[in-house]
Every structure is written in structure tokens, then in C-alpha cells.
Design a protein around this ligand. Sequence first.
Ligand code: ATP
Ligand code: MG
Length: 392
Amino acid sequence: MCVTTKKAIILRYSEIYLKGKNRGFFEKVLLNNIKQKLQSFKYELTRISGRYIITDFDEIFEENIINSLVKVCGLYSISSALQVPNASLEDLISVCKKIKIETENFRVTVNRANKNFRVNSTECSKILGEAVLENNEGLKVNLTSPQTVLNVDLRENGDAFIFYNSIKAVNGMPVGTSSKGLLLLSGGIDSPVAGFMMAKRGMPIEAIHFYSFPYTSELAKQKVIDLAKIMSEYTGNIKIHMVKFTHVQESIHENCNPEYMITLMRRIMMRIAEKIAKQTSCKAIITGESLAQVASQTIESITVTNDVIKTMPVLRPLIGMDKDDITEISKKIGTFETSILPYEDCCTVFLPEHPIIKPKMDKVLKEESKLNIDELIVEALNNTEIIDVNNL
Ligand code: ATP
Ligand code: MG
């Protein structure tokens, strides 16, 4: 018996399915993002019961398609499958007889969403398991800890999908289902991870980077562009606002108590970030801070830097995370190798020997009064260049 089958890729959504009335909006954004990712491929896409099915693609690109889709926020998992349209039990038996399994043991797991299918899922698993055994000499069934699981998904519309395993995707929410956030992007390990974490909750990302040329090099700037490019595979297009911060740092260095260098610098960074966020319709500022990681990340330091932001929240998705866990995510998303390249960040320029760990607001304000803050900010804003990392 000749059964028509075709290669298919199954895409399962994440928690979008929990959404009530506005689920349609989340699905629409997800679908747009998927299409954006697959721009350069030929394929057909259909939707069946909380999944998308991709078919009619050139099989040599299957791996490339899957590798692109694992980076789409809002997708939970992806399987490479064989679709049996309008499958009868006989069709499935015939397909299963042709399956070669290389491991010593296996099991068949049937998921019967199609309640009209002739036999129930337990019965069906047994019948299809026997069909597989027919042409796999020596293969054993192991129901409790099989080396291979052959999944057979019987969908409501009568189609069946046969697949081995599912690859975990990013999960989370589709980028674009939240308003935009402005990420303070340094060249380190943490801030790209922070941006990724917020994108994974649906937030498009715009970035701001402060550099201190000639104290920091052109290579340090390029590193940030490279990091944003890697992040953009998950977040979609990223624009970076490159702010020349040299004069701000020189002014603090010349006029203020060195212990307050970092605190003052960070308060000015935050003020500039809030201004750019407003200009670009960003509704939040994002940083890669993690409590107690360095002197500028004690709760007292965070309090005095946070104080200058008046109109939007500062999101710190890494605040309770350990460096190991942050590093693990940066390796997973592919930013780690670039992050550890040894170029200076402006935070390390004029670094005091003893930065203040628990700054007091009155002392900070006193130091700050020695600066012409408004002028420094206007000057820095005028010395800002916008780089569209995906159009370079
Ligand atoms: P990272 O690994 O992200 O560089 P870090 O451990 O080096 O973080 P800090 O240097 O204290 O920590 O910076 C804390 C946060 O401040 C960073 O995660 C980032 O969001 C922001 N930040 C630091 N330096 C810069 C910079 N040059 N430009 C933009 N944002 C910065
Ligand atoms: Mg840093």
C-alpha cells in the first residue's frame, strides 16, 4: 500500500495558549515573527489547534529552518515530522512498517486529539509498535525508559504527525507583544543576557552604549555592535545609540571625590538613557545589574542611581541571579565568546581604587553639585550616533 506522506515541521507555542480574549493579537505577532525569520525560504504554513505546521520546504534547508525558528520567542518546541494527511489506521501501520530504528529499544506514544479515530491511544500504540517491530530485527519494546520514543500525534482534522523528539525553543512571549525597552548595553556578559530575558517576555529592544574614546578603543565599540547583532537573532532588529561619554567622565574625574566616580557616572548614564528612551518611545530602561555583583550593585548604590529616573521603570531581570547562571544563558544564546573579548568598557576608565559601596544620597548630591550636569547631558546627547545593527 502506498501512503502519501510529507515532511513537516511542527511549531508549538508557549504560554500564549493561556491568553483569553487577546490571544489573537499574540498569535498574529508570533506569526509575523516566524514569517520574518523564514523570509529567505520557500514553504507553506498552516495552523492546526495551537500549532503551526510548516510543509513544502526544500528538505536540504530543513536544519536551517529549524535553527532559525529555535530563536523565535514565543515558540515552545519544534519537531521535525512526517505528516500523513487524513490518516487511517492502515495508513499508519504501512508507514510504521517502513521505519528503521537504530537503538536497542523503543516505544510508540500516541496522542489522540482526534477522538473519532477508530482505536484508542493505548491500542493504537500497541498496533503501531508491532508494525515497527516487523522490520527491525532484534528491536525490543521498553515502555518505561525507552531509548527512542516514536510519537504519533493524531490531530482533530484527521491528519497524523509522526516524529521522534522535540527541540526546545526559546519559550516566552513573541517580541512585539510588549512596548519597547531601552537596554543599557555594555560589552560585558550580563547586559546582553538582560536584553534577551526581556525580549523573551515580548519586549522589543533598543540599546544605548556609552563609550569613552580615546580611553576606550574602536574595537570596544565594534564588540558592542557584534553583541547586538547576536542578540538581534532573538530580539529582531536593534538600534544602538552610541553615546560619547568622554567629557562626562573627565569632568567627574577633575571635579569630584574619586570614590564617587562610578555612582556619579551611573546617575548621568541613567538620565541620558531616560531622555533617549522618551525620544524613541521606549517605556522602560533595562540593565544587567545583579545584586552585590560589584560595588555599584549594592542596594544602596542601586537606590541612588535609580533615584534619577522619574518616568519609567528600570527593569533588572538579572537582579537575583548568580553569575554562573547568567553565564550559562550567555553561552546558550551565543554572546559569551564575544563578551569575554578583553576590550575596556568605559566603566573601567578612571576607576577609583576604593569605590563607595554604600553611597549616601546627601553626599552624592553634594558631589554632583560640582558638575554642570545639564550641559554635560546636552553635550553627550549631541554626540550620539545611531547604529542600526541589521543594516550594516
Ligand atoms: P556587564 O557584564 O553587563 O558589563 P557588569 O557586571 O560589568 O555588567 P557594571 O559594569 O556595573 O556591571 O554595569 C552594570 C550595568 O550597567 C550593565 O549590565 C549595563 O546594563 C550597564 N552598563 C555598564 N557599562 C555600560 C556602558 N558602557 N554602556 C551602557 N550600559 C552600561
Ligand atoms: Mg560591564
